[in-house]
Ligand binder design. Structure first.
Ligand code: FAD
Length: 646
């Protein structure tokens, strides 16, 4: 095997979305030599697609807002399963992170008196989302990139080299976190264009790789979302927390088929859009769950008045948390009251002038015009649920973002679990990226500075990682029995089967028998994926890249299915038809997945031999001063008897 290039860094950040870039900026500012590595082009991360805004209790539009109200909304949205300390840090620190972005050059939309404007979103009591039209993620990434370039210019002045302290490796994919004993020692990666392998050695690695949506057939997620970071953490010995919680956003496009799943931002409803069924009825009034009854309008008139006078009216039920709205749409379609292409109608055309729609929702206007030939200023959109976000993720320490059980590994952003409990509120991801991206960078830099002696990268591990990455080039199908072999498996066909399985059997509404069927199918796919073969060479070969991504998608999908089968209740992004209600005793239970290793050390790079094992742990009791932010009558709906008495 050819020698694999190696470089030494203090901190390696895997992922250049909002979380990764914010982590890298912080690590570099704390003096750590920092490398960022990302599978797409620099600036093309999934975060760019974020539309609606960043949730932060700045109180610019309604002065009653505060971090305490934001914390309360986040816990209600997550049905009290959130890692409460994360939710507290997030609510307290989000405003500073938004103001900081502004000092770095972000141009947010303004209020009439010149402050950062904030819009309404589902589950948020007050207008809270700082935004840039419906292109907020683009501005966020542009600003963070600009900050990185500014830091590189400083470094050039001091050292003569732009990349001496902060370097971006774009279009490079990490396939393995390397370890020296228990500790992290770096990452193994390949360059997508050339297929060249290389190693970045570092005592601290921050995983910021985003989500898992590409394991599902209908999704708003981009091609990068193959659960790589989740799988990298599992393979490195980390734990995945509460993977059963997958968010199905209520409003994805349903037509034409080629664009099915693409997101229709929640700002459409935040700005006044309403949902109707085929009878023209605003059906969400029929789906307000008891726990939310006091907070939502009883009539269309009251809901409509709320947009003008939110202090004296309750919000319309179109702005319930996403899980509630997605289930309601699903139920309407199932009851035969859906739109012609299997969704429901989302209408802004009768609610706002064409000029206002084009100004406030420019991307939505163009998206529907260009992709579906629908003019949303004149007609309703057809929408339905789409797999959007994963609440489950790498189990981390709330304050430091350190991954549990793997010294030197950190995780932030969508790949990290805990912050959002069983369901994320819209806008809380972008703020999560900034708050915990910063914390991960800070603590990774501290950790790297404090390690006694650099960890050693083991040649044997590098050789195993390289052999594993090359396997698809020599894969063979099973023996025919006549001394020959069948052709290898096609990675694209395997991917399609996986997506169909997850969509049909572990989707928005789940049943025991279907999830058991899914687990059987996933085991079969895992064995077949080991025989996935490709043609051609290592230079930009998408079939090869997919064959490698399959390992990650299959591991993560199995975690989702196992945890979903185990949790016998419905909560947030996990709905069981056979256990349709939320069960208070499950509030105290976290489900953790690990890859156990019956095959010895080799199995770490050969996950088909490893096994996903699931364990339960009791959640930390919520700190009393935080519980005191809620009325006792509300807590009774969520907390078990013992917790209320404690
Ligand atoms: P990402 O931005 O996805 O970045 C992941 C990075 O990891 C990428 O650079 C990728 O190349 C890299 N990567 C992945 N695997 C590897 C690997 N193996 N090796 C190297 N690099 C790798 N949230 C909100 O709060 N507000 C919104 O308005 C909003 N709108 C949204 C609209 C859409 C259409 C979608 C899909 C999501 C939206 N979200 C929104 C959610 C939010 O955008 C994401 O949760 C968030 O951007 C995730 O950021 P991240 O930094 O964790 O990951």
């Amino acid at each position: 095997m050819s020698v694999v290039d190696r470089q030494e860094w203090d901190v390696v950040v895997v992922g250049a979305g909002g979380a990764g870039l914010r982590a890298a900026i912080e690590a570099r500012e704390r003096g750590a030599r920092t490398a960022v590595i990302c599978k797409s082009l620099f600036g093309k991360a999934h975060t760019v697609m974020a539309e609606g805004g960043i949730a932060a209790a700045m109180g610019n539009v309604n002065p009653h807002d505060s971090w305490q109200v934001h914390f309360r909304d986040t816990l209600r949205g997550g049905k009290f399963l959130n890692q409460w300390r994360m939710a507290e840090l997030h609510a307290r620190e989000a405003p500073d992170r938004v103001w900081e972005l502004e000092t770095w050059g972000a141009l947010f939309d303004r209020t009439d008196d010149g402050r950062i404007s904030q819009r309404n979103f589902g589950g948020h009591e007050y207008p809270r989302l700082a935004h840039v039209g419906d292109r907020t993620g683009l501005e966020l990434i542009r600003t963070l990139q600009q900050k990185i370039v500014a830091l590189q210019q400083e470094d050039k002045k001091e050292t003569g080299d732009y990349e001496s302290r902060l370097k971006v490796f774009q279009e490079c994919t990490v396939t393995q976190v390397l370890k020296d004993g228990d500790r992290v020692s770096g990452v193994f990666a390949y360059e997508r264009e050339s297929g060249r392998f290389f190693v970045l050695e570092a005592p601290a690695v921050v995983i910021a790789t985003g989500g898992i949506g590409k394991s599902f057939k209908v999704t708003s997620n981009s091609w990068e979302y193959t659960g790589d970071g989740h799988a990298l953490a599992l393979l490195a010995g980390g734990h995945l927390l509460n993977m059963e919680f997958v968010q199905f956003h209520p409003t994805g496009m349903v037509w034409p088929p080629s664009v099915k799943g693409i997101l229709v931002t929640e700002s459409v409803r935040g700005d006044g859009g309403v949902l109707r069924n085929s009878d023209g009825k605003r059906f969400m009034f029929d789906y307000i769950p008891d726990v939310f009854k006091e907070k939502y309008a009883e009539s269309e008139e009251e809901g409509d008045r709320w947009y003008e006078d939110p202090d004296h009216n309750r919000r319309p039920p179109e702005l319930l948390p996403r899980d509630e709205v997605a289930r309601a749409i699903n139920a309407e379609v199932k009851a035969g009251r859906g739109s012609p292409h299997g969704g429901v109608f989302l209408d802004v055309s009768t609610r706002m002038s064409a000029e206002v729609i084009r100004r406030r929702l420019p991307s939505m206007y163009h998206q529907f015009k260009e992709l579906a030939d629908v003019d949303i200023t004149a007609e309703a959109m057809e929408v339905g649920p789409t797999c959007h976000y994963v609440m489950g993720g790498v189990a981390v320490d709330s304050d430091t973002a350190a991954a549990r059980g793997v010294p030197g590994l950190f995780a932030a952003g969508e790949v990290a679990g805990g912050m959002h409990g069983s369901n994320r509120l819209g806008g809380n991801s972008l703020s999560d990226l900034l708050v915990f991206g910063r914390r991960a960078g800070l603590h990774a830099a501290h950790y790297a500075a404090g390690t006694a002696g650099r960890p050693r990268v083991d040649d044997a591990q590098v050789a195993t990682a390289a052999a594993e990455a090359l396997r698809p080039f020599s894969a063979e199908g099973p023996a025919t029995g006549e001394g020959q072999t069948h052709p290898p498996e096609n990675p694209y066909a395997l991917h399609q089967e996986l997506q169909q399985t997850m969509n049909d059997l572990v989707g928005i509404i789940r049943r025991e028998s279907e999830m058991e069927q899914a687990l059987k199918k996933l085991a079969e796919l895992r064995a077949r994926a080991r025989r996935a073969g490709i043609e051609g060479h290592r230079q930009f070969n998408p079939g090869w890249h997919l064959a490698l991504d399959l390992r990650n998608m299959l591991l993560v999908s199995e975690c989702v299915a196992r945890a979903a089968l185990e949790r016998t209740e419905s909560r947030g992004g996990h709905t069981r038809e056979d256990f349709p209600t939320m069960n208070r005793t499950w509030r105290c239970v976290n489900l953790l997945c690990r890859l156990t290793d019956p095959g010895g050390p080799q199995a770490a790079s050969d996950p088909v031999r490893g096994q996903i094992t699931l364990s339960r742990e009791t959640t930390d009791p919520i700190r009393p001063d935080l519980l005191a932010l809620f009325e006792k009558e509300e807590l009774v709906k969520y907390l078990a008897e013992e917790e209320l008495c404690a």
